[in-house]
Design a protein around this ligand. Structure first.
Ligand code: HEM
Length: 307
């Protein structure tokens, strides 16, 4: 689901014959038609959660309501893959790891495949009564929102081939910005069905803020899409504060809980690590990794000056 990955194919060496169509399109080959261990590893890993569910289901490891648990597991991985695909652009810039872009389309297509499986499992849980499934999607707002996200993912998956990238030209990038809205709808869908258990949905919302914040700031203050470690650190703190505020607001609006007490819970471990603390930790890890990377890769004196 990228432009740059298709836009800059590596030129094959002159002496090597042009790679066959199969070698160019199979996910584990790079653009020169060579086997890419990195792409192959990611390709295999993308199957792991689905394989786990397929094994756990018949072995009875999914509890008393295995179909329901399978819906949850696959739904969670759909959302995680959408977020991983969204994280590739900022991480590639911060870690100066250009090859990350090679797997973005693969991860995006996997998110779509998991979303379809999630819907199929839901249909199975309704005994394949399609009329009932359709009416539930219309009547239950969280399902309507999930379905809208799935429709969006379908449009992105359908236009993910090299041919579609070429045919759509500049419009391709505009269309694929739809992923920002899809991720937001997915977080809302997750949040709405979670009721009291909003620990992970809140973390996802915080990460979403970080991912969107990075894009906004990089446009204004970045150097070729890369933010300085100061900005990355500041963004982590801001995303964490907004997560804490959002969580307090939710508990106040939904349950009348005192916002001060919800905020204060972030300073204690009595309720485990709170979402804002997790978001802050992730932001700091990315900041430190970016700092280390720029110290390793750029000789002193040649480090880029950020606007
Ligand atoms: C991109 C699209 C979608 C994403 C990312 C997504 C993601 C999720 C996530 C993360 C969960 C919660 C998992 C958990 O609590 O452990 C979930 C639950 C669920 N989703 Fe989706 N979903 C999507 C589309 C859909 C669609 C199209 C349907 C059906 C029409 C659907 C039906 C459900 C149902 C029935 C549940 C479980 C609700 C419950 O047990 O109360 N989702 N989904």
């Amino acid at each position: 689901m990228t432009t740059s990955e298709q836009a800059t194919p590596a030129t094959p060496r002159r002496s090597t014959p042009a790679p066959s169509r199969w070698r160019r399109q199979a996910p584990w080959y790079d653009y020169g038609g060579r086997l890419s261990p990195f792409k192959l590893a990611v390709f295999v890993l993308l199957f792991a959660p689905a394989l786990w569910v397929m094994v756990a289901f018949p072995l009875g490891w999914l509890g008393a309501r295995p179909t329901n648990e399978a819906i949850h597991q696959i739904g969670l991985w759909t959302l995680r893959f959408i977020f991983i695909a969204l994280a590739i652009t900022p991480l590639r810039a911060v870690l100066q790891w250009q090859r990350l872009i090679l797997v973005r389309r693969m991860v995006g297509v996997a998110a779509f495949a998991y979303a379809v499986t999630h819907l199929l499992l839901y249909t199975a849980s309704e005994a394949f009564d399609l009329a009932k499934v359709a009416s539930e999607i219309v009547l239950r707002i969280y399902l309507t929102i999930g379905f809208a996200a799935l429709l969006g993912l379908s449009a992105l998956a359908a236009t993910s081939t090299d041919a579609m990238v070429r045919r759509l030209g500049r419009r391709w990038q505009t269309l694929h910005r739809l992923v920002y809205l899809i991720a937001l709808l997915a977080v809302i869908h997750y949040w709405m069905q979670s009721k009291l258990e909003i620990w992970e949905p809140t973390i996802m919302a915080g990460i979403y803020l970080w991912l969107m914040g990075y894009r906004l700031l990089a446009r204004r203050f970045g150097l070729r899409g890369r933010l300085s470690p100061g900005w990355v650190g500041g963004l982590g703190v801001a995303a964490s504060l907004l997560t804490a505020g959002g969580e307090a607001l939710y508990f106040w609006l939904a349950y009348g809980a005192d916002p001060e007490r919800v905020i204060a819970a972030n300073w204690s471990l009595a309720l485990g690590l709170r979402p804002a603390v997790v978001v802050l930790g992730l932001g700091l890890v990315v900041t430190l990794a970016g700092l280390l990377r720029s110290m390793i890769s750029t000789p002193a004196g040649r480090r880029p000056r950020f606007a």
